[in-house]
Design a protein around this ligand. Structure first.
Ligand code: 6R9
Length: 635
């Protein structure tokens, strides 16, 4: 069907127009021709953003793993589905074929069943980037259990919060993980977390680093012996289109993370369709996304999207700097990677090391480059284009979110002319709108505003686990009848979009979304701290880094400030994880506040960015005198 692969710009506009004029017919055609359904839908779409309620392919029945695995067995059984590249460059890569994956997922699914997991149960997965991570995700989907993957860099307390929020019955983890030259005691982190998680009945432990771990009698089980015993056949649970597939947590502007709920049919259709078009994926390609499956990018574009297309998806356990900064390029050369999808922060980190590492490797296999996670600056864009793509591989700057499930604004390679720092055009079926502060849509080009989406798309999150009101308040209340993304954007003279960044209290550090509130909550737990405010400031590698303004209690004032800084970062590491550590901590006598008591982050942001030229009128503040003091002592 011509709709599936878009080949030139005229066709993009044609298909786009159709997808907007007749969305139901359009998505029905995509769904009809490319997937395996146990039963077709009765209704393609019903929606009401005021509730909000969105249903795609209602009445349909399917199992996403039959689409990602079973249906490829006859045509691609011996093709590599997952190409696992270990942390150590000396350990051989593993080629897991579709046949192997079928067996491994079924065995794992049978283990879950034997442990009492059934349809609708929540299972927390806290694993490093090893094959068991993808396999356990798919095993949950096979039996209709709802997976909740928690990125294995989160601390025990962040893990416990997420386990409890969605009442997970089981945790799947490993003894430990490798990260470059380091190894991390994952099982120890899980043990700490579970002190506060009474609902967890069992823990399955994969062996990765062969460390000594404590196994709690009656709760913890080694995974491998159970897999060895399990059958290779497991009937796929028949799921309804709108049955939840997974929960994935994202930071919010209040302390509690939001468990975004994604459902089955729409998510599958949209991630598969975007994968094929955004990467111009062809049968013989070797596709590599460097994200972690702990983030939405890994869910949609390492696991589900690629596998639904029968692709070969590279899964890399390690880090770009180990054993040296040439590792990514070594892997590209070794596996002849054709599509390479990474984050601006990784590009900046690698660019800083110079092109020497790149020049050692043959990157001629690369056809398409991708970026995701935060705005890409012009310098990084050109470095990527010049040195990795040699100006021959188009860069797809893909804008999307955990909440959107799939890519929303993006060039289509070889189709959409690219423009540095622009995510360019809405993907098929996506209707963006820029809104002004009075809630009016800003029409026309060369304008900027707050980015909303006017019409549902199949992979949008349906709710926040356990808190539908918060889902409504966060995304559907700022602008009537529109999904509000939390991002600002501009539209240039030809209608290309450039995402300018968050307009709320989320700061993106190295591509990770961090809410200011949970970090402030963590800092404030330090006994010497009275109050704190976190802002982002520009950072060459991370995009943004964190600057903390901290006021101390009286006894804290007498303490050594450098020790205090270490302790504060220690608390953050324990509560959230090392990704949320502060680069700079300024101790100050007070924080600038409005009369209603709101901290004026706008002023603090400017000071942190060393831009004190135009702080605006500070005389209306509750405590204007602190501003000069903060400026004088800024770091
Ligand atoms: C997929 C993912 C979502 C936020 C999003 C935006 C930022 C993502 C971007 C981008 C500019 C891009 N973002 N891609 N900003 N250009 N190409 O990253 O999901 O972790 O939920 O983050 O990331 O601010 O709102 P998530």
């Amino acid at each position: 069907m011509s709709n599936y692969h878009i080949k030139h710009l005229e066709e993009y506009y044609q298909v786009y127009r159709k997808s907007i004029r007749e969305p139901e017919n359009f998505w029905e055609e995509v769904a009809e021709e490319h997937f395996m359904w146990r039963k077709k839908w009765d209704k393609v779409l019903s929606w009401d953003f005021s509730k909000p309620e969105v249903k795609w392919f209602e009445g349909a029945q399917l199992n996403i793993t039959e689409n990602c695995i079973d249906r490829h067995l006859t045509t691609r059984g011996d093709k590599t589905a997952i190409l696992f590249e270990p942390n150590s460059a000396d350990e051989p890569a593993q080629h897991i074929t579709y046949k192997d994956l079928y067996k491994r997922v079924n065995k794992f699914a049978n283990v879950l069943k034997a442990q009492g997991i059934t349809k609708g149960d929540r299972v927390c997965i806290y694993l490093p980037m090893i094959p068991e991570l993808a396999v356990s995700v798919l095993a949950c989907a096979r039996i209709g259990a709802i997976h909740s993957v928690v990125f294995a860099g989160f601390s025990s307390s962040a893990l416990a919060t997420r386990i409890n929020d969605s009442d997970c019955k089981m945790v799947i983890t490993s003894d430990g993980s490798y990260r470059g030259a380091k190894s991390i005691d994952l099982k120890g982190i899980v043990d700490d977390a579970l002190e506060d998680c009474p609902g967890v009945e069992s823990v399955l432990v994969a062996k990765r680093i062969h460390s000594e771990v404590v196994m709690k009698e009656g709760r913890d089980l080694w995974l491998q012996p159970l897999l060895d015993e399990a059958s290779e056949d497991c009937r796929a649970e028949v799921m309804n289109a709108e049955d939840p597939l997974f929960i994935l947590y994202t930071s919010g502007s209040t302390g509690k993370p939001k468990g975004m709920v994604h459902t089955t049919a729409g998510y599958m259709v949209y991630t598969a369709y975007t994968f094929k078009n955004v990467f111009q994926y062809r049968e013989e390609d070797i596709y590599w996304c460097t994200a972690d499956v702990g983030w939405i990018t890994g869910h949609s574009y390492i696991v589900y999207g690629p596998l639904a297309n029968g692709a070969t998806s590279v899964m890399f356990e390690g880090v770009p700097s180990f054993p040296d900064f040439g590792r990514f390029w070594e892997i590209v050369e070794k596996h002849k990677v054709t599509q390479f999808y990474t984050a601006p922060t990784a590009i900046r980190a690698l660019a800083k090391e110079g092109v020497g590492y790149l020049e050692k490797y043959d990157l001629s296999s690369v056809k398409v480059l991708g970026t995701v996670g935060e705005p890409i600056n012009e310098e990084a864009w050109h470095w990527y284009d010049d040195n990795v793509g040699k100006k021959k591989a188009p860069i797809v700057d893909t804008w999307w979110q955990t909440e959107t499930g799939g890519i929303m604004i993006t060039p289509i390679p070889f189709v959409t002319p690219t423009k540095p720092t622009y995510a360019t055009l809405p993907f098929i079926g996506i209707q963006p709108a820029l809104m002004d502060e009075n809630g009016q849509e800003i029409k026309g080009n060369q304008v900027d505003g707050r980015l909303c989406i006017k019409f549902p798309w199949p992979s949008m999150a349906r709710t926040i686990w356990g808190d539908h009101q918060r889902y409504k308040d966060t995304y559907f209340s700022a602008y009537e009848n529109k999904y509000f993304t939390g991002d600002g954007a501009l539209r240039d003279e030809v209608g290309y979009y450039r995402i300018t960044g968050r307009v709320d209290d989320v700061i993106i550090v190295s591509g990770h979304n961090l809410g200011t509130a949970p970090i402030e909550d963590a800092i404030n737990e330090h006994p010497a701290v009275s109050e704190s405010a976190i802002v982002g400031f520009p950072h060459d590698i991370k995009g943004n880094a964190l600057y903390g303004y901290v006021t101390l209690k009286e006894f804290g004032e007498t303490r050594d400030h450098n020790n205090l800084r270490k302790e504060i970062n220690q608390v953050i590491t324990e509560q959230i994880g090392p990704i949320a550590k502060l680069d700079k901590i300024q101790f100050t006598a007070g924080l600038p506040k409005t009369r209603s008591g709101k901290i004026m982050r706008r002023i603090l942001r400017k000071i942190a960015s060393k831009d004190t030229s135009n702080l605006g009128d500070t005389s209306t503040l509750l405590n204007p005198e602190v501003v000069q003091d903060i400026i004088d002592n800024a770091l």
